[in-house]
Structures are given as C-alpha cells and as structure tokens.
Design a binder for this molecule. Structure first.
Ligand code: AMP
Ligand code: MG
Length: 427
C-alpha cells in the first residue's frame, strides 16, 4: 500500500483524532512536487529550490583585504632587538577591482583597500589607523606593539563558500540571503518547483461579498480574505472562486471549476454536522472522502478528501478564527510539503507565564490567542486576548501568539506556565 492510501485506513475514531495524528496522516498523503522550472533569481524569492545549488568556484575567489590598510610580509616588519618600531617603504596600491601588479620587495608594503586582492608576497594586513604615514606618503612606521598576527585582516579564498560544495539545499524556500548567495556564485537563474495551484471559495447563504450591501442576517465574507492573504504568503498560484451557495448544485459546480484550475481545493464553511452531507455526497461521487472531527478548538469540523486526479480537498470550518487556526496548523504544512519544501519549518515553542486565567475544558487541544511579552526579569509572559469565541477575528488580529493547551488540560490559573507559539510573519 502506498503512503497516499494510508490516510484512508479505518483504524481510527474520526471523532477523536488528535491534531498531531491528523496532521501526520495528511502530510503522509502529500507527494512533493517533482517539476522543475528555471527562473531569473530576481523572480525566485519565496520559491522552492528544486535542486541543490553547488558553488562553481571559491567565494571569495582571491585572498582579499578585510580592511583599508597596508599589506606586507610580517617577517619584514619584526623590529630588531632594542627597536620599538619599524619602517616599510610603500611600493604601490591595491584597490578593489585594481590589483597591485608588481612585486613587494623585502622591506616594502602596499597600500590596500577593503576587498582588494592581497599581493602574493604579503601575508599580513595592518589597519591604516595603526600606522603613521610620513609626509611624502611613501613610508609607514609601525610600532612594535601594534604589529598584528600573521594572516591578520586577510580573507581567504573559499572562506564564504568552497568550490564544489552545496551552497543551498533543494527544498529551501528562497530567502533574501539566499538570492544574494546565488548572485555571489554568479548564477543568473535558479531551478525551482512550479507554483502550486490552489483554488478556494467560501460557502454559506448568509455571506455577502464586500462591495455589496448586506441584507438582514447577512455577514461579510472574511474567510476568503484571510485565506487569500495566507496563500499569498506561501507564494502559491491562487484562484478565488468567490462565494458559493449552500446547495448541492452550487457546490458541485464549484468543485468542478476548482478541479479544473487547481491541484488543491480549500473551502470554508459547510462541514459542520448537518451541512457536511452535501460535501460528502459530492466527494463520494467525484473522489473519496476522509471526514474528520479533529479534537481541536477552534476548528473541530474539518474535512480532508481527494478528488480524482490526485487533487487534495481541505474543507475548513466556517468560523473565521477556526479557518485561520486550521489553515495555519494543518493545511499550511501540507501545502509546503506539496511545494517540495524540505525540511518543513518546525514551530518555535516557548514557555511563558500566563497573567490571565485561561478557560478550558479537558478533551480538545486548544489554540487560544495570546499576547506574548517579556517581564522585567526577562521571563516570557502571556495574556489571553480576551473572549476566545471562534468567530471573533479581532482576537487573531490582536494576538501575536497561540497559547497551546493540551487535550488533558482543564482551567488554568493565572501564574501557570504554558506553551506558546509565536506567530511568524505569515499570520
Ligand atoms: P458553518 O461552518 O458554515 O456552519 O459556519 C460557521 C459560522 O461561521 C457561521 O456563523 C457563519 O456565518 C460563519 N462563516 C462561515 N463562512 C464565513 C465567511 N466566509 N466569512 C465570515 N463568516 C463566515
Ligand atoms: Mg455555512
């Protein structure tokens, strides 16, 4: 049996699947992208590297100076016994991009600038501030106590990157430093994975799109905007399919359109008890369903399924906070794996002392919203953002972290230590 089938095993209770178990099963069902496309490095920020980048040459390629100063042979500058200083004759200049082409005779030195090639005969560079220059500017005097160590202020070839070593690993989502590193290797283009195609839509007869006037009982659709923003941060090729009515025909039509333009389909709403049958019926005909209630809060109703053609479907709950939590905790790592990212970023978890009591019932893993800060003694402390209703998007907007409370936890007193997951820049 392939890994992509193990997700359909019946050996778990769909009502009590833990977040860890659900995430792992979903991750195991994701096959990383194998495609390769070459892009100019300026277009590759955030894209996933498809092959290791190997350094074609040493970086830097030549010995060069780390300082503005003077290059010389250290043995020429060792004062004789009883001498407090030594004088060296200046025989030329090595500037960045304009190496000194002569030879340094015994007792000579070369004026050298930062980044300039160190002449072959020199083994040491002294900072300009440590010498005195005569009025004719053709001689420097170095005090014995100012003499640096041999090799001082010289950057060696390959000190940044050695030729033929892996400069960046396949699977890396390229960051600004990586783009610069590729440029330092002289690479104009890099091989990346093709963009993942993701379609998303909201479901609900009560939803009003922005730009329209809400009727009594209608709410503005916010989920498509949080989803759009989180997908944009993941650098995917997204398709916004709008608001879909709560009818089997409208839903089926949306799924059809989604599978035509994307490899991943994300919906919000319509998977709680009562609504779920629509979605399940369609998936059973057009693909296969794995319906879960994951033991988390917010976000218990959560569906995963596959449409034929190896298309993944994530049915997120409707509540706006639940959308963000389930996307961030479950869908995002799955999309990263599909994108070919490796390794997946591990969440940064820290211990903080809660200053507010936290309401909780044992049973589900909770992602409460918190504000993390440092106490005067340097310890981390956290405050809940207030009421934790799963429809209150303001709690996400106020927060800078999740307070992660395990299934078994009950009510938590102020002053207790809790596990906190700071938001990264994508929330
Ligand atoms: P559902 O999961 O469809 O039962 O929706 C649960 C709650 O989330 C209801 O209060 C919905 O009105 C609300 N909701 C569902 N979809 C959206 C949306 N796209 N934007 C804002 N609220 C929504
Ligand atoms: Mg609904």
């Amino acid at each position: 049996m392939t890994a992509s089938h193990s997700i359909f095993c019946d050996d778990y209770d769909p009502n009590s699947l833990s977040i860890q178990e659900a995430s792992q099963r979903i991750l195991d069902a994701m096959s990383p992208s194998q495609g390769v496309e070459w892009l100019p490095i300026k277009s590759s920020l955030g894209r996933v590297l498809a092959k290791d980048l190997v350094s074609p040459h040493d970086v830097p390629a030549h010995r060069n100076s780390a300082m503005d100063g003077y290059a010389f042979r250290l043995k020429d500058a060792r004062p004789g016994s009883g001498q407090a200083e030594v004088k060296l004759q200046l025989v030329g200049v090595s500037a960045a991009g304009h190496p000194f082409l002569g030879q340094i005779p015994s007792g000579g030195a070369v004026r050298i600038m930062t980044g300039a090639v160190v002449p072959e005969e020199a083994d040491t560079v002294i900072m300009q501030e440590r010498v005195s220059l005569n009025d004719q500017k053709d001689q420097i005097t170095i005090q014995a106590e100012s003499l640096p160590q041999i090799g001082a202020n010289i950057r060696l070839p390959g000190e940044d990157l050695k030729a033929q070593v892996r400069a960046l690993p396949a699977g890396r989502a390229l960051r600004p430093a990586d783009i610069g590193l590729a440029a330092s290797l002289g690479l104009a283009e890099v091989p990346v994975r093709p963009r993942l195609r993701v379609a998303f839509f909201s479901t609900g007869d009560e939803l009003c799109s922005i730009g329209h006037t809400p009727q009594v009982g209608q709410v503005f659709d916010s989920n498509r905007y949080t989803l759009f923003s989180m997908l944009e941060k993941l650098n995917v090729d997204w398709h916004d399919l709008g608001v879909v009515k709560d009818s089997p025909e409208a839903l089926e039509n949306a799924f059809q359109r989604a599978t035509e333009c994307a490899d991943v389909i994300i919906s919000s709403g319509g998977v709680s008890v009562g609504d779920a049958d629509f979605v399940r019926g369609i998936l059973d005909r057009l693909g296969r369903t794995v319906f879960w209630k994951i033991a988390i809060k917010p976000g218990r109703p959560f569906a995963y399924g596959q449409f034929t053609g190896n298309k993944h479907f994530f049915g997120l709950p409707g509540n706006p906070v639940a959308v963000m939590v389930t996307f961030y905790q479950i869908v995002r790592p799955a999309l990263m794996r599909l994108q070919g990212r490796h390794p997946l970023p591990a969440p940064l978890l820290i211990q903080a002392q809660t200053r507010t009591p936290l309401k909780k019932m044992p049973g589900r893993f909770e992602f409460q919203r918190g504000i993390l800060s440092r106490a005067e003694n340097g310890d981390y402390q956290v405050d809940a953002t207030g009421e934790q209703g799963s429809g209150m998007l303001s709690s996400m907007s106020l927060a800078n972290c999740f307070i992660r409370l395990p299934e078994s936890a009950g009510k938590i007193e102020a002053g207790s230590w809790v596990e906190v997951e700071p938001f990264d820049e994508s929330l």
